[in-house]
Write a protein that binds this ligand. Structure first.
Ligand code: ZN
Length: 430
């Protein structure tokens, strides 16, 4: 279903023809920049009393002029849909974002049936997001309670939320189990569950094989220094932040289904929020990921050389300890992860974008949704700009967050190693 409407900008009084596609959720907040003057226009659809839709406007008003067909192309045209990337261009009757997505899925799949199955999968994930969309605050409270003192309250709230008896135990391993069950349940639409499960099996196998003094010392050290719990806390904060970004992440989730999707190949729009709201999120994700790599490196060194601090020799030089590794920049860290047990999707970690944002060498065009960044910015001479779409940027956030979630399971497994192996009375007495 779609609604067509001509909106008049409150700032420049320019007219824009808009087509709003409906998602399966009650409140649908759209926003976009006026094509004439780039001022922000916000439209919220409220579908709580069907078949009526209530519209609320901010920064614009619906045109009072006579109803006309958009096909006269008198005004600039903007397609809007929360669930799909939306192409720029002229109004074409019938080419709604939903129809375009359905055609694209069929065209990039081996058969129409496969395309339809992908669309069904996308809808299923969106329904999961919709289901919890009015419980966002509750989700954030539960995540916050985990790091507080009252573990009983945390477990009770998780149990109520999942509608599941989690038993009375307040042992750390059971508190941890409640946390990861909760996260898996809520954040399922963002991950590939099968991949996460096989990774957890792989980590368990590796830690069991490595069990012994060097791993014991490593785990004790990262627990005693508070490194592991601080890292876990910072990971948890990102889960809350990602939940706040679920609306602009929807079109990015859709891109999972496009076989061979490449950045910056398709000019497409996100129909809600903007780059400014999320630029720090990517930076924060990369920062936490960079710290998670310390765990990856320690275990990699143990596997290959039996010593947490033994790094490979790179270009005739090496690092004397894991502390030295932690002082390296992100791109340098990758070099020391030789033949790594954990397969990092290097494509998703774009240090140029990250650095450009961190140094404020970035500009955003609200109308075209193009982010220009300057990897060599900060010099007197102008430097060449690189470009990505806001949609691609949200996709980078999504894929980088998957890395955070994967390695958050490593954090979990190392805590279990402490609780179940190092704290095991039989083992302690050895
Ligand atoms: Zn305007």
């Amino acid at each position: 279903m779609n609604s067509n409407m001509t909106l008049v900008c409150n700032v420049c009084e320019g007219e824009t023809d808009c087509r709003f596609g409906y998602s399966n959720r009650v409140h649908q907040p759209f926003s976009f920049a006026c094509p004439h003057c780039a001022s922000l226009m916000l439209v919220t659809m409220d579908t709580s009393s069907p078949p009526q839709t209530k519209f609320e406007f901010k920064g614009c008003e619906p045109s009072e002029g006579q109803h006309r067909l958009f096909s006269d192309h008198k005004n600039p045209f903007v397609d809007l849909h929360l669930d799909f990337p939306v192409r720029f261009g002229k109004y074409i009757i019938g080419n709604t974002p939903y129809m375009m997505a359905a055609q694209e899925l069929n065209g990039t799949s081996e058969s129409v049936a496969e395309g339809q199955a992908k669309m069904a999968f996308h809808n299923q994930r969106l329904d999961q997001l919709n289901y919890f969309s009015d419980r966002t605050d509750e989700i954030k409270v539960i995540i916050r309670l985990y790091s507080g003192k009252n573990k009983q309250l945390f477990k009770k709230r998780v149990s109520d939320f999942l509608n599941k008896d989690l038993g009375p135990s307040l042992q750390p391993q059971d508190i941890n189990a409640a946390l990861y069950q909760f996260l898996t349940f809520i954040f399922l639409p963002f991950f590939h569950l099968g991949e996460v499960k096989s990774l957890v099996d792989w980590i368990t196998e590796i830690t069991m094989n490595l069990a012994g003094k060097p791993l014991d010392d490593f785990v004790r050290n990262i627990i005693d220094t508070g490194f592991l719990s601080t890292l876990q806390k910072d990971c948890l904060k990102l889960y809350s932040d990602i939940y706040s970004a679920e609306l602009p992440l929807r079109p990015a989730l859709y891109l999972d289904l496009i076989h061979g999707y490449e950045k910056a190949k398709i000019a497409a729009r996100v129909s809600t929020k903007d780059f400014q709201s999320y630029k720090d999120l990517y930076k924060d994700i990369i920062e936490v990921f960079s710290r998670q790599l310390i765990l990856v490196a320690g275990i990699n060194n143990l596997i290959h050389r039996g010593d947490i601090n033994a790094f490979p020799t790179i270009n005739g030089g090496t690092l004397s300890s894991i502390t030295k590794f932690s002082e390296k920049t992100l791109s340098e860290r990758f070099k020391y992860l030789d033949d790594c047990w954990y397969d990092i999707d290097r494509e998703v970690i774009d240090t140029e974008v990250r650095n450009s944002i961190a140094h404020n060498n970035v500009s955003y065009n609200d109308v075209t949704q193009i982010i220009e960044y300057f990897p060599d910015g900060g010099r007197i001479e102008p430097t060449p700009a690189q470009q990505i779409y806001f949609l691609d940027f949200m996709r980078m956030i999504l894929v980088a967050f998957r890395e955070i979630n994967n390695l958050h399971h490593l954090v979990k497994c190392l805590f279990y190693y402490e609780y179940l192996i190092l704290q095991n009375p039989e083992r302690k007495n050895k």
